[in-house]
Design a protein around this ligand. Structure first.
Ligand code: TXA
Ligand code: MG
Length: 320
């Protein structure tokens, strides 16, 4: 765990153009000074992230939103008033201050204020907005503890250890166009939460299949290094060296080499919080060569959980 001194050191490194991994309430981020194009370029290099995939800029004060975004619609202000600090990213027309490398050349920028004291203190002490994608290699499992970052990105200059993250899946990304709000990536904040915050607004929560506005919408993403299969038939005898992830602690006849429960009884908040760590555990276990996971119903937070699972799953790659 961290003390103020660690955060001071980390902020000093950010100011010098170095990369610092830090906890947020969702997943760990790999941060750099968003105003320093060279430092941001190192994020893409270290993550092996394609240059077309823009980064989210993290801020600690709503004033920075107004500096980084050209034009902030009143509906955006309503959303950030309700959900910040928290797991909501707003995509807005960018101001000239934001370097093009951050947004992959897009005229818009994704901005969020994380709900995590270490993250907020790091941003404040660094004295600059912090560009940060999730701190994993591109396409692989998102990190929910410092060890996951060390495993995938050992070259990171400094890792702030804040223990396991609370929410466990990434922020909801929205773009607001007057009275129309589009959900570009489902996350912890659901379409219903947004609808309640913006009465009278039209919410698009399913984008047309060919749209690829947020590269998080790529079909394959968040994947473990072992084949992952989504299956509701958990009473089967699984092939040898199989791991099984279930979302309720119950008696079952399934013969698996290892079973992990993400929740006691299908609590979606618990499932989201434990999803990536269960997948990391299976990935790290040498006895396991394939992973089976049960699906959840695609309602509320279940939409974001299934979004991550389908992208991580072997059987969905390239075919669907
Ligand atoms: O919870 C989170 O959002 C975490 C923590 C670290 O804040 N961050 C995160 O970043 O998930 P990343 O880079 O793994 O995913 C960000 C997603 C990408 O799919 C990217 O395409 C999308 O945000 N994005 C960023 N800027 C965008 C923009 N201007 N327009 C559309 N999509 C954008
Ligand atoms: Mg990511």
């Amino acid at each position: 765990m961290n003390n103020h001194n660690d955060i001071e050191i980390a902020a000093g490194l950010i100011q010098k153009g170095k990369l610092v991994a830090f906890p947020t309430e969702t997943v760990y981020g790999l941060g750099a000074n968003a105003m320093d194009p060279l430092a941001v370029a190192r994020i893409f290099e270290l993550k092996e992230r394609p240059s077309f995939d823009p980064l989210i800029v993290h801020i600690a004060s709503v004033n920075d939103l107004k500096k980084l975004a050209g034009n902030v619609h009143e509906n955006v202000l309503r959303l950030v008033d309700k959900f910040w600090p928290g797991p909501l990213t707003v995509v807005l027309p960018k101001s000239k201050l934001v370097p093009d490398i951050v947004t992959s050349g897009l005229p818009t920028v994704g901005i969020r204020m994380p709900k995590n004291d270490i993250a907020l203190m790091l941003i404040k002490k660094s004295g600059c907005p912090v560009a940060a994608p999730s701190a994993n290699k591109f396409g692989q499992l998102s990190p929910v503890c410092a060890e996951h970052v060390k495993k995938q990105l050992p070259q990171t200059d400094y890792i702030l250890d804040g223990g396991k993250t609370e929410v466990g899946i990434e922020s909801t990304i929205v773009s607001v166009n007057g009275n129309v709000c589009s959900i570009l990536r489902p996350g912890y904040i659901t379409a219903i939460d947004i609808e309640n915050a913006l009465p009278g607004t039209f919410i698009f929560d399913i984008l047309p299949p060919k749209t690829n506005i947020a590269p998080g919408l790529l079909k394959s993403h968040y994947s473990p290094k072992k084949p992952l299969f989504i299956t509701s038939e958990t009473a089967d005898v699984l092939p040898s060296s199989s791991g099984l992830i279930l979302h309720s602690r119950r008696n079952h006849n399934c013969k698996a080499d290892k079973v992990i429960y993400t929740s006691v009884n299908y609590n979606y908040t618990e499932i989201a919080a434990n999803l990536f760590s269960a997948l990391h555990d299976m990935e790290e276990d040498e006895k396991i060569s394939r992973i089976f996971i049960e699906p959840v119903e695609e309602t509320g937070l279940g939409i974001a959980i299934m979004d991550r699972l389908k992208k991580a799953a072997y059987q969905y790659r390239a075919t669907k």
